[in-house]
Design a protein around this ligand. Sequence first.
Ligand code: S3P
Length: 427
Amino acid sequence: MNGGVRISGTVEVPGDKSISHRAVMLSAIADGESRIEGFLHAEDTLSTIGMMRALGARIVEETPTDLRVEGVGFRGLSEAADVIDAGNSGTTLRIGSGILAAQPFMTVVTGDRYLRRRPMKRIVEPLRRMGAAITGRCGDTLPPLCIRGGSLKGIRHEMPVASAQVKSAVLLAGLYADGPTTVVEPLPSRDHTERMIEAMGVNLVREGRSLTVHPVGRLLPISVIVPRDISSAAFFIVLAASVPGAELRLPGIGVNPLRTGLITVLRRMGAEIQMESMREEGGEPVADLVVYGMPLTGTEIAPEEVPSLVDEAPALCVAAALAEGRTAVRGAEELRVKESDRIGSMVTALASLGVRCGEFPDGLWIDGPAAVSPGVRCDSRGDHRIAMSLSILSAATGVPVEVTDTACIDTSFPGFRGLLNGVLGPG
Ligand code: S3P
């Protein structure tokens, strides 16, 4: 039950985080002027702007969401005068390392206390094999990383875990190498880097799970229209889907098929989610979503589905808590090394709210529908997606939930609270 709140209206979520990072990094090393419209103006993506500016890029913020980037050219970056701070952003640090590994200078990249705990061996190992000298804390596995780039050789890299960040880092380093570089993915992950570099003139060969790039001398400038972020929309999709009678419109959402696992799973649980006016913008599929609240039933999420909903798992836990029966997620050990251990964060918070749930080493289970206890204080563990998920659970049930450290929401979704208040009406 939702305690008499009505959920309706239209929500315009901000631009896609993954695409915003890539657009800034890649246009900064293009030959000529690029334009980025609909850029996500949030802490994480501002960290990427900061990194590229520190390396000599010229990025003009014409408005907070419209950027003009005067590319310095493929070999035009220069050594930063100081340590680069990637803040909370794993994407800035990991994908950025792929570019830094090829630069003929030294860069030190660090991050906040959460990022400094996140595993970096996954990028250090292949980039070293290509010829970069990289050191870091804890046996070169944790930031800060010190990267001395230089001439690289092409490699074949079989990725042990599905990761778009690792794939992107190796492919971008491969563009600077002396021969072809191949990355083999265990499961397909988001392909925004591949789409963007192809639009910039790179010849990319896909064969099953493997991707090969050949070295280039230059990247063409681009004009990017960033779709709205499905990972931010996810909180509103879950809110509307799990409250019978709710109706929300979410226009202009990026619906890249490697990002829409949440929609597939919610539909399986009984949700009605329509994708209207399917179109392509800036090389990415986009649609207007309409979500109608329905009674939901629990489901099993298989390991193959995890990469397509990896950032949406905390929001999905909220739908699971409100659904009838058991929902289980397996093959999701990657959730333990996100901005927080998202399995531990969600199970701890939900259990304290009275939800029956538990952990697997590689996932979790939740039995619904839950009667959420009021007046409980839950720890976001400084993780934006945990903080937003718990806020959605509170909104969906009408039960006040106190969430610690909601400032972290600004890493990906400034304005979240205002948009949430805007769709909650009196019953
Ligand atoms: C991202 C890839 C994913 C995702 C992260 C953004 C990207 O991480 O969780 O929020 O932009 O490439 P992994 O590459 O670690 O799976």
